[in-house]
Write a protein that binds this ligand. Structure first.
Ligand SMILES: NC(=O)c1ccc[n+]([C@@H]2O[C@H](COP(=O)([O-])OP(=O)(O)OC[C@H]3O[C@@H](n4cnc5c(N)ncnc54)[C@H](O)[C@@H]3O)[C@@H](O)[C@H]2O)c1
Length: 397
């Protein structure tokens, strides 16, 4: 079975490959367990006991669930929206990822329940709350890691669609095709005011707040509960399309929501943060023009400097060096946990900018890390993993 890729979107997923990828993450997080336990002890912090992960099946959400369960021994409940396979069509990578996670958790007698459901729907909140009440769960961590192009607002029934567009003026940047390595210029017209508002509706903090308030009112948050969501800032190179674009407005809203949720949870001894993570190749990020080329250049730099991290490295470091740190969790002036500190280091950015300036269609293979980008992209869909027989017959279910 081979990947079917159109415009940097992979249309299929390899079941055994997706499961192998999750197993590899689980192995790494099991190995990291003693290190995280030592960090928590040294910092005088409790490791999480009962964790809800919204957007649990791939990328940062999966890395968070794997860390909570296999490095910290937590009971986990996960919610993601994944396509089930049929006899003739594979499911989405997350469907196989959840299956592999649930099987590995059962193998270690770790409590794990996964809902394949729309996290934006009130009905899903009700199901999670009903489960928590039935099983006596009180969440001491709620991790919000949804990345979605659409959201139906449960209050109005209106479907909002997010956009990846600049604000105010058109933006022209370069992108490359993950299959052919062909580089081309793309111009993206600015978002309308309605599109910006819709993007904030989908990727801002409104739904996160609905979750925390519903869980709190139902009495299923533990005293001292911490909730965090993931954000991104990035360099000037991607700013027009990302941080200063429509998605950036949504991330600003998410960050404001963290501050208001921190106040809301204060009386319960709880708190809320946004963790600003580094850029990685996930299903969500691979389709953003300009970001793909930046990622390939960044990878080359960070690998050369020995600073490269994938989703799991980031989340392990988030727990070890931030959440478990002695004293208050280290945050920036706007109360954000900065996991993009290495990405935004001056030497990393200088070298990455130089590579981007030098990159041409003729030297792309040498000037940036196309191979690394392509591997991560394929791996996120279960391809290009060692030890998987891609010639063998595949059962999608
Ligand atoms: N990828 C990056 O480079 C990067 C960097 C920093 C921060 N982030 C942030 O991390 C978060 C997660 O992004 P990712 O890159 O890991 O994405 P991803 O596409 O790998 O994962 C998204 C998850 O959300 C789930 N999901 C989507 N719609 C859903 C719905 N309606 N109901 C339930 N589940 C749903 C998917 O099933 C999947 O589990 C986002 O907030 C993103 O902005 C990403």
């Amino acid at each position: 079975m081979t990947p079917m890729i159109r415009s940097n979107i992979c249309l299929n997923a390899h079941p055994a490959g997706c499961e192998a990828m999750v197993k590899a993450w689980i192995d790494r997080s099991v190995k990291a367990k003693p290190e995280l336990a030592t960090a928590a002890r040294a910092g005088g912090k409790n490791t999480p006991q009962t964790v809800l992960v919204l957007g649990c099946s791939t990328g940062y959400g999966l890395a968070s669930r794997v860390t909570a369960a296999f490095s910290c021994g937590a009971r986990t409940v996960g919610v993601s929206l994944d396509q089930e396979p049929t006899e003739v069509k594979p499911g989405t990578p997350g469907w196989y990822g959840n299956r592999a996670f649930d099987a590995a958790a059962a193998g270690k007698s770790l409590y794990a329940v996964t809902f394949n459901a729309d996290a934006f729907a009130d009905g899903t909140r009700e199901k999670v709350i009903a489960l928590a009440k039935a099983d006596g769960l009180r969440f001491d961590q709620v991790i919000y890691s949804l990345a979605s192009p659409v959201r139906v607002d449960p209050a109005t029934g209106i479907m909002h669609r997010s956009v990846l567009k600049p604000i105010g003026e058109p933006f022209t940047g370069r992108t490359f095709d993950v299959v052919t390595s062909e580089m081309r210029e793309v111009t993206i017209q600015p978002a309308t005011d309605d599109e910006v508002a819709a993007t904030v509706k989908v990727m801002g903090g409104e739904d996160w707040e609905l979750w925390i308030k519903a869980l709190s009112e139902a009495g299923v948050l533990a005293p001292g509960c911490a909730t965090f969501a993931y954000s991104y800032i990035g360099p000037e190179y991607t700013a027009m399309i990302y941080r200063k674009g429509a998605i950036g407005r949504a991330k600003e809203h998410l960050e404001q929501t963290a501050r208001s949720l921190a106040q809301y949870l204060g009386p319960l001894g709880g708190t809320a943060w946004v963790a600003v993570n580094k850029a990685v190749v996930t299903r969500a990020s691979a389709v953003i023009p300009v970001v793909a080329l930046y990622l390939a250049a960044l990878f080359k730099t960070m690998k050369e400097l020995g600073l490269h991290e994938d989703c799991l490295d980031q989340i392990l470091r988030l727990y070890r060096d931030r959440l478990f740190a002695k004293g208050p969790v280290p945050v920036d002036s706007e109360r954000r946990i900065r996991m993009d500190d290495w990405e935004l280091r001056a030497d990393v950015q200088e070298a990455t900018s130089r590579r981007l300036a030098e990159a041409t269609a003729g030297n792309l293979d040498r000037s940036v890390d196309i191979t690394g980008f392509r591997h991560d992209f394929l791996e996120a869909h279960g391809f290009d993993l060692p030890g998987v027989d891609y010639d063998a017959e595949v059962s999608f279910r």
